[in-house]
Design a protein around this ligand. Structure first.
Ligand code: PEP
Ligand code: MN
Length: 263
């Protein structure tokens, strides 16, 4: 294991996340419309989650797929953030966009496809916002932590890691969730690590048990995709929970909470 990992990962980032407070994030894969985002934000706030996710600039594998509402998506995130008092989380794919995110986004997400985009990481190291860094789907745990080092050594210690599964030969899930990375990362660093059950599973029917398993394994939270009408979603509908299933998940998490993290 490299020296850098043990030496430079410091105290818990100043993120308004206490050790007893799970980092719970939910929202649509992509911001699609004002109506979709407002409906979703309302349920996220009602659930007691403090963070709303929603992609505006989407890094799609297929160039013909919906690429996101882009600048307009960021504006809509700004509107719901004020109305529902939620913190917003959205992906940034290009460092020339940093200024666009200034007033409407609280947490900048670096997606799996960009975990090794070191130029992007170097620029984000200079930004005064927390970074949610997702594990690349072909990255080892060490490579994942070294990507975090780019942010930390460049001056931004407010890094939240996110395990979102890696690519294996298995086909029943979209990616294989490497849950062991959660306690391993906890041994190697003091950074918070959350799990993305949606992108790892790729199917909504197993998102609830995998979310709970993640929290039991020691994850500091989850980021989960939800949608008012998953079959009509423009992106990742198959893995998105509808509101009823989301509220079931919330109730399960609330039951589990007293047993987690020494509460
Ligand atoms: C996302 O969160 O919408 C996303 C694209 O995830 P990932 O980078 O993990 O594939
Ligand atoms: Mn998605």
């Amino acid at each position: 294991m490299s020296q850098e990992i043990s030496n430079t990962i410091l105290s818990l980032p100043d993120l308004d996340v206490t050790s007893k407070d799970l980092l719970l994030i939910a929202g649509p894969c992509a911001v699609e419309s004002r109506e979709q985002l407002f409906k979703t934000a309302e349920i996220v706030a009602e659930a007691g989650f403090r963070f709303l996710r929603g992609g505006a600039f989407k890094p799609r594998t297929n160039p013909y797929s919906f690429q996101g509402l882009q600048e307009h998506g960021l504006e809509l995130l700004g509107e719901v953030r004020n109305k529902f008092n939620l913190k917003t989380v959205t992906e940034i794919i290009d460092y020339t966009h940093i200024d666009l995110y200034k007033d409407t986004v609280d947490v900048l997400q670096v997606g799996a496809r960009n975990m090794s985009n070191f130029q992007l990481l170097k620029k984000l190291a200079e930004v005064d916002k927390p970074i949610l860094l997702k594990r690349g789907y072909a990255a080892t745990i060490e490579e994942f932590l070294l990507a975090a080092e780019y942010l930390i050594s460049g001056g931004n210690q407010r890094v939240i890691l996110c395990e979102r599964g890696i690519r294996t030969f298995e086909t029943y899930t979209r990616s294989t969730l490497d849950l062991a990375s959660v306690p391993i990362v906890k041994k190697l660093s003091k950074l918070p690590i959350i799990v993305d059950p949606s992108h790892s599973c790729g199917r909504s029917d197993i998102v609830i048990p995998i979310s709970l398993a993640s929290l039991v394994a020691g994850a500091d939270g989850i980021i989960v995709e939800i949608h008012p009408n998953p079959p009509k979603a423009l992106c990742d509908g198959l893995q998105s929970l509808d509101f009823q299933r989301f509220m079931e998940l919330v109730s399960e998490i609330n039951h589990l909470k007293p047993y987690l993290r020494g509460e």
